[in-house]
Design a protein. Structure first.
Length: 183
């Protein structure tokens, strides 16, 4: 069935809809944590919450390395100061939406995701596809076939974002039509 996944000895239902997750999370995040509402990205297994921190003030003669170090310091400070509260919010989100939670922040040009789920995905590849992965491993681009496949998926995602966005929109329309059923 479309709405079930294999989970060990039995089946389980997909997690509940998370259409209101961005709003709920924005309300749960304390004022002052971010410069605006956090970006919330939801998939079947995980909800990623990424907020923007204010950029550190630097002297006008600061180098790009100084800026990167200051941004990394700001991110580290935020991560340490908010840890307990982020864990408490994540537990509430995980209970409400039955998905793991990943936290991250952006500061200036630096973006860091603190924790995120790495979900195994089974796939069958024929020799030509395996050779692509092996070439990436042999060239040192990736340490393993698994890492090489993840690299390929990221690359396709970067170069096909507009098309993937249109596809997601179309899938949402189809899902809404299914939900409504025939008139």
């Amino acid at each position: 069935m479309r709405d079930r996944r294999w989970d060990g000895p039995g089946f389980r239902h997909e997690p509940p809809a998370a259409d209101d997750a961005a709003g709920w999370i924005t309300g749960a995040v304390p004022d002052g944590w971010f410069t605006g509402a956090p970006r919330v990205v939801v998939d079947r297994e995980e909800i990623a919450i990424v907020g923007r921190l204010p950029e550190p003030e630097l002297p006008t003669d600061a180098t790009p390395a100084d800026r990167a170090a200051a941004e990394a310091g700001r991110i580290n400070q935020y991560r340490e100061e908010t840890r307990d509260r982020r864990i408490a919010i994540a537990r509430q989100v995980e209970h409400r939406y039955r998905r793991k939670v990943a936290w991250g922040v952006a500061c200036g040009e630096t973006e860091e995701l603190f924790t995120n789920l790495s979900a195994p995905v089974m796939t069958r590849l024929r020799q030509p596809e395996r050779q692509v992965l092996d070439t990436l491993v042999d060239a040192g681009v990736a340490r393993s076939r698994s890492e090489a496949l993840a690299w390929c998926v990221r690359l396709v995602g970067e170069h096909a974002e507009q098309w993937l966005g249109e596809l997601r929109t179309a899938m949402g329309t189809v899902e809404e039509l299914r939900r409504r059923g025939p008139a």
